[in-house]
Design a protein around this ligand. Structure first.
Ligand SMILES: Nc1ncnc2c1ncn2[C@@H]1O[C@H](COP(=O)(O)OP(=O)(O)OP(=O)(O)O)[C@@H](O)[C@H]1O
Ligand SMILES: [Mg+2]
Length: 262
C-alpha cells in the first residue's frame, strides 16, 4: 500500500491543528495502521503530546530534530524517534524552527526541501500514514509542508473568528497547487464546538455554502480531557479512551480513512 502523507494546516492560530494531528494519529494506530508524525512547529505541541516537556526540550536542544535535519538537508530516515506506542513514531521539532524561513531562504529549490527529505521514508512503504503538524503561518516552510503532502486537513474552530482568514488559506492552497498539482484539501474538521452555544451551526452553514469544500460530519466538542491529556504528555485517546473527544476523534478518523479510500 502507498504511504499517504497528510498535513494539518490553517494559518488561523489555535484552530486545533496539533490536537487533531495527535488524536487522529492515535486513532489511526488503534485501527491497525503504522503512523509517522512530523512536528513542523516551533511550539513543539505535537512533540509534547507524546513526550514529556523535559524530553522534548532535550531533543529540541540537540541534533535529533526536524530543524537540524532541514538546516543540513538530511534525509529524515535518521531522525525518527519511537514513542510509547509501537505503531506511532515521531520526528520531533525544535524551538529553533523559529528561524526555519531564514534557513530556507538561501537553499536551492527551497519549496521542495521537505518533500526530498521525506522521499526515502515514503518510498520504503513502512508507514501507512505520515501526518505533519503545520504552524499557523503561510510562508515558505508551510509551502514545504503542503508540497510534501498528498492531502490537507484543515481544522477550523467553531467560533466567530474561526473562519477569519480562511480565504487567505484557500488562496495559498491554490497557489501551492500550481507547484504540486496533485495536492488536495481532503476536508475541514470542525473543532472546539461549544455545546452550550449555537455558534457551531453558523460555522457549518457558512462552510457548507462554500463550493468544493468537504466538511467532515464528525465534529469535535470542547472537552477538558483534551487539556488533561496534554498536561500528561499523552494523546487524548490514550489518556481517556471513553472521553467525548477520544470517541469523536475516533469517528472523525473513520471518516478521514473512508474519504482517503474514495
Ligand atoms: N476539543 C477541545 N477541547 C478543549 N480544548 C481544546 C480542544 N481542542 C483544542 N483545545 C485547546 O485549544 C488550544 C489550541 O489547540 P491546538 O494547539 O491544537 O491548536 P493549533 O491550531 O495547533 O494552535 P497553533 O496555531 O498555535 O499551532 C490548546 O490549548 C488546546 O488544548
Ligand atoms: Mg499547533
Amino acid at each position: 500500500m502507498k504511504t499517504e502523507v497528510l498535513c494539518f494546516a490553517n494559518n488561523k492560530g489555535g484552530s486545533g491543528k496539533s490536537t487533531t494531528c495527535s488524536s487522529v494519529a492515535y486513532a489511526m494506530a488503534e485501527k491497525g495502521n503504522k503512523v509517522l508524525l512530523i512536528d513542523g512547529d516551533m511550539q513543539l505541541n505535537l512533540t509534547l503530546s507524546y513526550f514529556t516537556e523535559d524530553k522534548a526540550l532535550e531533543i529540541a536542544a540537540g541534533e535529533n530534530n526536524l530543524y537540524y535535519a532541514v538546516k543540513n538537508q538530511k534525509p529524515l530516515d535518521d531522525f525518527i524517534c519511537k514513542t510509547d506506542y509501537p505503531n506511532i513514531d515521531i520526528i520531533p521539532s525544535s524551538t529553533l524552527m523559529s528561524s526555519v524561513e531564514f534557513e530556507l531562504f538561501t537553499k536551492w529549490q527551497r519549496e521542495f526541501i521537505l518533500k526530498k527529505m521525506l522521499k526515502n521514508i515514503v518510498e520504503s512503504g513502512v508507514y501507512n500514514y505520515i501526518l505533519i503538524d503545520a504552524p499557523p503561518t503561510l510562508g515558505c516552510w508551510v509551502m514545504n509542508i503542503l508540497i510534501a503532502s498528498d492531502k490537507i486537513i484543515l481544522p477550523v474552530e467553531a467560533s466567530p473568528w474561526g473562519l477569519f482568514g480562511l480565504a487567505n488559506m484557500m488562496e495559498f492552497i491554490s497557489q501551492v497547487k500550481e507547484l504540486s498539482p496533485s495536492l488536495d484539501l481532503l476536508g475541514v474538521a470542525i473543532t472546539k464546538v461549544d455545546a452550550r452555544k449555537n455558534y457551531f451551526k453558523q460555522t457549518m452553514e457558512t462552510l457548507n455554502a462554500e463550493e468544493g469544500i468537504k466538511v467532515f460530519e464528525n465534529v469535535i466538542h470542547l472537552d477538558s480531557s483534551v487539556e488533561w491529556a496534554q498536561d500528561n504528555s499523552k494523546p487524548v485517546g490514550s489518556y481517556k479512551k471513553s472521553s467525548r473527544s477520544a470517541l469523536e476523534y475516533s469517528a472523525l478518523t473513520d471518516e478521514i480513512l473512508n474519504e482517503l479510500r474514495r
